[in-house]
Ligand binder design. Structure first.
Ligand code: FAD
Length: 331
C-alpha cells in the first residue's frame, strides 16, 4: 500500500498531506519546529482561495478574519497608482494579509485532523536502496520507510543537498531585508515601489502593524537599521534578511521522491506568489504520488519547469520595465 512521508509542515507540506489524505494515502509529516512558528510572507494572492476550497480548508482561513485587499498600489517606473487584482460576477477578487504563523498552523492542524501523523523531529536525510531510489527518511527519532518522500523543507533545499542535485540560479544574487513596525501609517498599502537599486513593499498585516520588505542585489543591501520612507517614526522590530535569488533544483522529482514549495523553486516575493506556489506544487506532487504512475516524476518536472520558466519571463520583463538588477541589458 502506498504511503508518504513529508519533510516540513509549512504550506507545501500541509497541502500535500491533505491531498494525499483525500485519496486515503497514509501520511507522516516530519516538522522540526513547534507551530505556530515564524515565517515572513503575509500577503496571499486571491488565487489561493480556490486552492483552499479544493483542500476543504477555506473555512479556517475565513474564521481567522485576516485583513483583505483587492489590489496593490504600484510605483514601478511610473507614478504610484492602484492595480486591482480583477473581478468577476461575485465582485472584486481579494487577497489576504494572513499572519503566517497563524495561517500555517491552521493548515497543519487541518492536515492532522484529517489523519496525518505529525512527528516533531529533524529530518536528517533520505534512505535509498541499491538502485538509488528513495525509500524513506532518517530522522532524529530514527528511520521511517515510505513509498514516497515529498520534500517540503523550504529554502534550505534538504533533499537537493542530500541527493547532490544542483540548485540553478536564474537571477543575480538578490537579498531581502524585512521587518515590522507598529503604529499608524497613512501611506498607501499594500504598495510596491521601485527605485534605482531595488524595490520596497509595505503592507498592513494586522491593524496598525505593518510588514516591510526591501529587495536589492546583494551589494546594495541596506543595513539592519534601515526603514522605508514614512515608517521611521513608528515602533520598529529588529529586521531580518533572506536570500531571494531566483533558483530551481535541476531535478524536482525522481523514483520515490518529489520536491514542492521553496524546496524546489524560489523566486523573489515581488508577486506575492510564494505561498500559492507552495500549496499548488504540494497538491500536484501529492496527486502524482497517489497515482503512483511511472511517468509521475517526468510529468511533475515538466509541469513545474514550465511554470517556473513562465514566472522567470514575466518577472524579467517587469524588472526590465523598472530598469532594475541589470535586466535592462538582457535581450
Ligand atoms: C521576505 C519575504 C517575504 C515574502 N513575502 C511573501 C508574500 O507576501 N506572499 C507569499 O505568498 N510569499 C511570500 N514569501 C515566500 C513564502 O514565505 C514562501 O514561499 C513559503 O513560506 C514557502 O512555503 P513552503 O511550505 O515551501 O516552505 P516553508 O514555509 O519555509 O516551510 C518549510 C518547513 O519545513 C521545516 N523544515 C525545514 N527543514 C527541516 C528538517 N530538516 N526537518 C524537519 N522540518 C524541516 C521548517 O521548520 C518549516 O516549517 C516571502 C518570502 C520572504 C523571504
Amino acid at each position: 500500500m502506498t504511503n508518504a512521508v513529508i519533510l516540513g509542515g509549512g504550506p507545501a507540506g500541509a497541502a500535500a498531506a491533505i491531498t494525499l489524505l483525500q485519496v486515503q494515502v497514509p501520511v507522516t509529516i516530519i516538522e522540526r519546529q513547534p507551530f505556530p512558528r515564524y515565517r515572513p510572507g503575509e500577503t496571499l494572492h486571491p488565487g489561493i482561495e480556490p486552492l483552499l476550497n479544493q483542500l476543504g480548508v477555506a473555512e479556517c482561513l475565513h474564521a481567522a478574519e485576516y485583513i483583505r485587499h483587492s489590489g496593490v498600489w504600484s510605483a514601478w517606473g511610473e507614478p504610484i497608482h492602484f492595480v486591482p487584482y480583477g473581478e468577476d460576477s461575485d465582485g472584486p477578487w481579494r487577497g489576504f494579509q494572513a499572519t503566517r504563523g497563524d495561517f500555517d498552523r491552521r493548515l497543519l492542524e487541518s492536515a492532522c485532523h484529517r489523519g496525518a501523523t505529525l512527528i516533531e523531529a529533524d529530518a536528517l536525510g533520505v534512505l535509498c536502496n541499491s538502485s538509488g531510489d528513495v525509500t524513506g527518511v532518517m530522522t532524529s527519532n530514527g528511520p521511517l520507510t515510505a513509498t514516497y518522500v515529498i520534500d517540503c523543507s523550504g529554502g534550505s533545499h534538504l533533499l537537493a543537498r542530500q541527493l547532490q542535485i544542483p540548485i540553478v540560479r536564474h537571477s543575480p544574487r538578490l537579498v531581502a531585508r524585512f521587518g515590522y513596525v507598529n503604529g499608524k501609517f497613512d501611506g498607501p498599502a499594500p504598495a510596491i515601489c521601485a527605485d534605482e537599486t531595488g524595490w520596497t513593499w509595505i503592507a498592513e498585516v494586522e491593524p496598525n502593524r505593518f510588514q516591510w520588505t526591501r529587495v536589492t542585489e546583494a551589494h546594495n543591501r541596506p543595513d539592519s537599521q534601515w526603514l522605508p520612507d514614512g515608517l521611521g517614526a513608528l515602533e520598529a522590530e529588529p529586521s531580518r534578511g533572506a536570500d531571494v535569488t531566483w533558483r530551481m533544483a535541476e531535478k524536482v522529482a525522481g523514483p520515490g521522491w518529489f520536491m514542492a514549495g521553496d524546496s524546489a523553486v524560489v523566486l523573489d516575493p515581488s508577486s506575492s506568489h510564494g505561498v500559492l506556489r507552495a500549496i499548488m506544487s504540494g497538491m500536484m506532487a501529492a496527486q502524482l504520488a497517489a497515482a503512483n504512475h511511472c511517468i509521475a516524476a517526468e510529468a511533475y518536472q515538466e509541469w513545474l519547469s514550465t511554470w517556473f520558466q513562465h514566472d522567470v519571463e514575466t518577472m524579467s520583463s517587469a524588472y526590465r520595465m523598472a530598469n532594475l538588477f541589470g535586466f535592462s541589458s538582457v535581450p
